[in-house]
Design a protein. Structure first.
Length: 134
């Protein structure tokens, strides 16, 4: 049974993490549509950017929370997949199919994932350096 536990955890890891980021984004957009936010900018560009950015942050945080023993692998995996997704959007011209606002939100989500990934990875590196000097 100990062999199947990590496999089951990884099977549920990716969908749960992505779904968590999507749910967080949906909740933030719902709250914004009901005017609970104090800041209201025309066309809600700031709100859309911040919601997409925070959903990227939450996506990688949920992934790290679900697999705490594999933090570095989760971070590197998300950064690679996100980087490949961004490159495919650029080189395959899929960004032309969507509106500028959708592309803007996707770019904000990518920045959230990369920013939080960089922060968490640096934290893991500093932890490993502290443990090696002890």
């Amino acid at each position: 049974m100990n062999f199947f536990y990590p496999i089951i955890r990884w099977i549920f890891f990716i969908p749960t993490s992505i779904l968590g980021g999507w749910v967080f984004y949906s909740i933030l957009i719902f709250i914004n549509q009901h005017k609970y936010f104090v800041i209201d900018i025309s066309d809600n560009v700031f709100i859309a950017f911040s919601c997409a950015f925070l959903s990227g942050v939450v996506t990688i945080l949920i992934g790290v929370f679900l697999a705490p023993q594999y933090r570095k692998q989760v971070i590197i995996g998300y950064l690679i997949v996100t980087g490949l997704g961004a490159l495919s959007m650029i080189f395959l011209d899929t960004y032309l199919k969507y509106s500028a606002m959708t592309n803007f939100e996707y770019a904000a989500q990518v920045m959230g994932i990369f920013g939080m990934g960089w922060l968490l990875y640096n934290n893991e590196i500093s932890k490993s350096q502290e443990n090696s000097t002890d």
